[in-house]
Design a protein around this ligand. Structure first.
Ligand SMILES: Cc1ncc(COP(=O)(O)O)c(C=O)c1O
Length: 376
């Protein structure tokens, strides 16, 4: 099957680029004695995550219990559910854990700690728990020097759960472009969890796992002393946000949306395509970066980017392509029926608009179609 045979819009996955992205991070992290626990929320597709491991499959991170269930079905046995645990999900967690799967949860508050302790006692099943540490003020977690950390650790350890360790995610790395700044973010991420782990151990509490990670920090980290595992997800595809941070090149982005030109507004310099925000997602993550890529950067059918041609606006099923403002490039001739590939701002958000990947080989032939799941 060739690209011309596809109905548009559809989601393309350049397998060669994806395998190179996987290898690049693995090679970088080989220098450290840590486990890589990829975040599967980007791919939501076991065929893709299987490319990261020799069999048997290794440890993964998930952001929904749907991901946990799908990956358990695919043979995965070591799963970290890395969104603060809600009490109503506890029964589902325990029933998965009691099948022999190592499913750990995270939390940062006393209510959740008591809820996990209660359910662990009720089913005589020690739910593994990591305490979430706030390393950058980005989102959730408690500070590593918060006196409450020890109390939380005691409630978990003495309450019947398994206190597995500490974790953090330096989400604000996404606001710090460039190698130097991201290296500093990685060190800040490391220092916070290592210090939290030392405080727990100093109080006689167990803390075997010390977990960090995001794609920008994992890519540039130089020191992982005291850390036992690294999580990263979006590196498998990369995207324009990651490229805008200086973490990858545009030609390392492995997914794109294939679209067809459906018309023009020549006097406005517009080219219309049959992919709008329903295909690209509403994510405008590059709007706050130095180079705003609109709803996506436009490439030809074989994946080479046109100079300065972006999706400047998007309706539900219409995308408007034009040169970015101030560009001196000339608008390419793209007659009705021309196929283009549009690189996404945010790979996770764009991929989630589709229920399968059209997997391309290096000759741009469709090798396979891989299903992608969604839901919680
Ligand atoms: C808890 C956690 N760990 C790891 C990651 C992976 O980070 P990235 O998407 O930068 O690869 C995320 C992403 O949101 C996350 O929320």
């Amino acid at each position: 099957m060739n690209l011309v045979d596809l109905q548009t819009p559809c989601l393309l996955l350049d397998k060669t680029r994806m395998l190179a992205n996987i290898r690049k991070l693995q090679d970088h992290l080989k220098a450290f004695e840590i486990t890589l626990r990829p975040h599967v929320k980007t791919a939501k597709c076991p065929e893709i995550v299987n490319c990261m491991f020799d069999s048997p499959p290794g440890p993964v991170t998930v952001s929904t219990l749907q991901e946990a269930e799908q990956f358990i079905k695919a043979g995965y046995r070591d799963i970290l559910y890395a969104v603060g645990i809600a009490p109503d999900k506890m029964e589902r967690i325990v029933s998965l854990g009691r099948t022999g799967v190592d499913l750990s949860v995270i939390l940062d508050n006393i209510e959740s700690a008591h809820a996990v302790a209660r359910i662990s006692q009720k089913y005589n099943h020690r739910v593994p728990v990591l305490i979430e540490i706030d390393s950058d003020g980005h989102r959730a977690g408690i500070k590593d020097d918060d006196p409450f950390l020890i109390e939380l650790g005691k409630v978990l350890h003495e309450g019947g759960t398994e206190l597995r360790g500490v974790m953090t995610h330096a989400g604000s790395a996404y606001q710090h472009p460039g190698q130097v700044a991201l290296r500093a973010m990685a060190e800040q991420e490391r220092l916070a969890v290592v210090s939290a782990a030392e405080r727990l151990r100093g109080s006689g509490l167990p803390c075997p796992v010390v977990s960090v990670g995001s794609t920008p920090t994992a890519t540039f980290v130089e020191d992982l002393s005291g850390v036992t595992e690294v999580r990263a997800g979006v590196y498998v595809f990369n995207d324009l946000i990651i490229a805008g941070l200086g973490v990858c090149e545009v030609d390392e982005i492995a997914i794109s949306v294939l679209a067809t030109v459906i018309g023009h507004q020549h006097e406005k310099g517009w080219i219309l395509v049959d992919a709008g925000w329903m295909a690209m997602s509403r994510d405008r993550g590059t709007a706050i970066q130095q180079v705003d890529q609109g709803y996506g950067l436009v490439c030809n059918e074989t994946g080479e980017a046109y100079d300065d041609l972006i999706m400047i606006d998007a309706n539900q099923e219409h995308g408007i392509l034009a040169l970015r403002s101030g560009s001196r490039a000339s608008t390419p001739e793209l007659p009705v029926g021309t196929r283009v590939r549009i690189l996404p701002n945010h790979a996770c958000a764009t991929a989630s608009q589709f229920d399968s990947y059209c997997v391309l080989d290096e000759c741009n032939h469709i090798q396979e179609q891989w299903d992608r799941f969604s839901g919680w």
